[in-house]
Design a protein around this ligand. Structure first.
Ligand SMILES: NC(=O)c1ccc[n+]([C@@H]2O[C@H](COP(=O)([O-])OP(=O)(O)OC[C@H]3O[C@@H](n4cnc5c(N)ncnc54)[C@H](OP(=O)(O)O)[C@@H]3O)[C@@H](O)[C@H]2O)c1
Ligand SMILES: *[C@@H]1O[C@H](CO)[C@@H](O)[C@H](O)[C@H]1NC(C)=O
Ligand SMILES: *[C@@H]1O[C@H](CO)[C@@H](O)[C@H](O)[C@H]1NC(C)=O
Length: 394
């Protein structure tokens, strides 16, 4: 094991030299302290708070089950734009420091970026599933430092081997939306690969990150998939396998959808007004579920503090659950949940060719603000990704 650790250290040093941007600082401690390049924010606000630095703290292993990943590519999500503006700040602070012991500690400088594809650089002593050099991907929980940096530290159970058939820039478009969709459809919606055939699923908002993944996963599992999107996205969602496509930009979808057969599950990526009519599209008294990803959870906890926020949230969900159970359908909130084992399954499906990445635009590391702006504009057709290091063998 000692030999192994020394070997790891050797790898680490050569990588540092290789990237050129990472300097090793000499310290009195035996552990080398270094810095790295990253885009950080020092306060919440608009895009102007994004700051490039060559001086960001190099991640360190705090637990024996952690790994350090050299980031090759990062993916952005609407959550990054929200977090830049302070969304979820109270909840995330609580999650980072649950007992609120260290009142002086600050979340800044904060690194955004929730998707990572890269190479394992160092493993904690308890990590057996990965070794340095493995090509991996992960969805980064919002309370951890993100992937708009040269390196990121994650717990090994959040990480998986990336699909062999994809390069890093394509691969990185999938982890966060895949983990979210899986959590919403499987954990919350009760679907799996064996009980989807003949099920009728409606996806509200099919052209964005979550939608383009959800269509492909459900088709791979044999479901019948109906999608709403604007007209210029119809070709895209059909190419991903959508059976029926309803254009929401040319008049109310609810009118077009009320004539079709009822659904077993609705996945809502749009929120707002949709809840007023979409619940009536479900088969009543058959266990049908309405799963929405657009939840007020973080907003409530930010505005009201964690305790009150949770109360408020619990009240909201209880009211809705009771109300819609009485109509014979279940109303549920779906949430992102980090899981390496889910990503292992997704990796396998991707390598069979049944799911392909949908990358809308790729930006170089120097253009993170432009990438963030792209996500902020909305109207996504798949994902916005950032290349951090060139795809090249180390
Ligand atoms: N709860 C969670 O843990 C969680 C996790 C991930 C995502 N989310 C949320 O889920 C939503 C989707 O995420 P995403 O990553 O897929 O976002 P995204 O990539 O920005 O995609 C959103 C898509 O919805 C389309 N759209 C907007 N209004 C629509 C409407 N009325 N009907 C049909 N389509 C519409 C947009 O295109 P057009 O504007 O051109 O129509 C866009 O393609 C976001 O609100 C996100 O915050 C929640
Ligand atoms: C508290 O925060 C400071 C500044 O971030 C840090 O140096 C210190 O190690 C933290 N202490 C604990 C107990 O986490
Ligand atoms: C799918 O199968 C799982 C596990 O067997 C079950 O718990 C779930 O209720 C099923 N869902 C549907 C919609 O049939």
């Amino acid at each position: 094991m000692q030999v192994f650790r020394k070997l790891v250290c050797g790898v680490c040093v050569s990588l540092n030299k290789h990237t050129g941007g990472v300097r090793t600082l000499s310290t009195s401690s035996h552990r080398a302290q270094s810095v790295m390049q990253a885009w950080v924010i020092d306060q919440y606000g608009d895009n102007s708070v994004l700051r490039f630095t060559t001086n960001a703290a190099f991640p360190v292993l705090h637990y024996p089950n952690e790994v350090i990943i050299k980031v090759q590519a990062a993916g952005l999500n609407p959550l990054d734009v929200n977090m830049r503006g302070g969304y979820g700040a109270a909840t995330m602070a609580m999650k980072r420091d649950p007992l609120n012991i260290n009142k002086s500690s600050s979340e800044f400088p904060l690194v955004l970026g929730r998707d990572v594809s890269g190479v394992i650089m160092e493993c904690g002593l308890d990590v057996g599933y990965f070794k340095p050099g493995d090509e991996v991907w992960a969805a980064i929980p919002p309370w951890k430092q993100g992937s708009l940096a040269e390196f990121v530290v994650l717990s090994a159970n959040e990480v998986a081997h990336k699909p062999k058939s994809l390069g890093h820039t394509d691969a990185v478009s999938l982890p966060y939306v895949a983990a979210t969709t899986w959590s919403a459809l499987v954990n919350t919606g009760g679907l799996n690969k064996d009980n989807c055939s003949k099920k009728r699923i409606l996806i509200l908002g099919g052209s964005g990150g979550v939608g383009t993944f959800a269509i492909q996963l459900l088709k791979a599992w044999g479901a019948h998939v109906t999608v709403t999107c604007s007209q210029n996205a119809e070709r895209l969602v059909r190419s991903l396998g959508a059976d029926d496509v309803v254009d929401y930009s040319s008049g109310p979808v609810e009118r077009k959808l009320c004539d079709v057969d009822k659904f077993d599950l609705v996945l809502d990526n749009v929120g707002g007004e949709t809840e007023k009519w979409a619940l009536t599209l479900l088969k009543p008294w058959s266990g049908a579920k309405y799963v929405t990803l657009v939840t007020p959870f973080l907003r409530n906890t930010d505005q009201l503090g964690l305790c009150d926020g949770m109360m408020q949230t619990a009240v909201t969900i209880a009211t809705k659950a009771v109300k819609h159970l009485s109509n014979g359908v279940h109303y549920r909130w779906g949430f992102f949940s980090p899981s390496g084992s889910v990503l292992d399954d997704v990796s396998e499906i991707v390598d069979t060719g049944k799911i392909r990445p949908v990358v809308e635009e790729t930006f170089p590391f120097s253009q993170v603000p432009q990438a963030m702006q792209k996500v902020e504009q909305g109207h996504a057709r798949g994902k916005t990704v950032v290349t951090i290091a060139e795809d090249r063998p180390e």
